[in-house]
Design a protein. Structure first.
Length: 111
């Protein structure tokens, strides 16, 4: 695929139904891709795939990349506040492992 479409012009749009989106994004990064499509809180879905969860949670990719010094100065507290608003006030179903960790009293290490 990358023979015909160069990595710098390619973006990955990943859903996380089976919990593999982050590993797919990591592989894409190793192949030279630098554009990734996700959604805050992992919201969304696919009307054509029954039971499919939302897009890859953007904050999961940002957390992984920040731990590897690929991105810097990510405002995680603001992102998590936004997800809280989405879940509580807007009643959206979120699929965010980071949000669940913090909601249960856990910490995000290394940031």
């Amino acid at each position: 695929f990358l023979k015909f479409y160069p990595a710098e012009k390619t973006a990955l749009h990943l859903h996380d139904t089976y919990g593999l989106a982050l590993s797919c994004a990591e592989q894409g990064y190793r192949m030279g891709i630098r554009r990734f499509d996700g959604s805050t809180g992992g919201v969304g879905g696919c009307p054509y795939a029954k039971g499919a969860t939302g897009n890859m949670a953007s904050e999961s990719l940002l957390y992984s990349f920040s731990r590897q010094n690929r991105v810097h100065s990510v405002p995680f507290s603001e992102i998590l506040e936004t997800i809280e608003h989405m879940a509580t006030d807007l009643k959206l179903t979120v699929h965010s492992r980071l949000y669940e960790i913090v909601k249960r009293g856990g910490k995000l290490y290394g940031i």
